[in-house]
Write a protein that binds this ligand. Sequence first.
Ligand code: PAF
Length: 281
Amino acid sequence: MEIFKYSASISKEISSLKNHGISFGFVPTMGALHEGHASLIRKSKSENNFTVVSIFVNPTQFNNPGDLEKYPRTEKEDLKLIEDLGVDFVFMPEISEIYPEKDLRIFDFDGLDSVMEGQFRPGHFNGVAQVVSKLFKIIQPDKAYFGKKDFQQLAVIRMMNQKYFGNKNIKIVACDIVREADGLAMSSRNVRLSPEHRKSAVNISQTLFKYQKNNKNYTVNQLKNLVTKEIDADKNLKTEYFEIVDNTTLKPVEQIIPGKTTGCIAVFAGDVRLIDNVSFS
Ligand code: PAF
């Protein structure tokens, strides 16, 4: 496994291998890796000759400086995990390498970025697009892997690839949510949950699963109220939003269309903000 700190050196190495017909899969991460990331890496390895993982905690996607500060950093464990998984290249740049100067680009995602996460974390997706667009240019992968847990991020990345990269060279691959045995969606933030909040956090996915299964018995408004009420009945949890949206436009729907509608949620478990989603069929 080779570790690169500089864009020019990893770009040069990848270009030369691509000239020899080697295909590249790319898994962008912010570190604090878990089984969800491992599943993206395994998928990339199964579909490409070489796999590149980036580890970079991107400051421009944090609208809250406290959140950036508290973001878990586990470099030694991360490198061991990706080495064990057989990753070929790791890109671990310093902030100054990615942002030698302030990135002033403003992306336009036709409103996809202003609902749900975008409403509560203004500027978040612009920051994600800033870093992912830079990483795409540096790595020039054939395929890039993203988890469906970040449902809205996936929609934004797909649009970025289409609008700003012409959907030409990079295929975006969406990978299923990986869950703990009790159903909690895996997240780098889970390690910050106290034992009590970890116990409560299971109610998020369990409530979503319950109404995913029974959705035909309720209207969209009823579903929204019931999910929020049941989760918030746990004193350790507070729902920030629960929206039922169209898979493509991310606009709230009035009626569930099987296979085309997703319920997306953000919940505070103490001071840890968790997101999850379920698709309705
Ligand atoms: O999903 C993440 O971990 C981040 O948003 C990403 C895509 C690595 C960009 O910093």
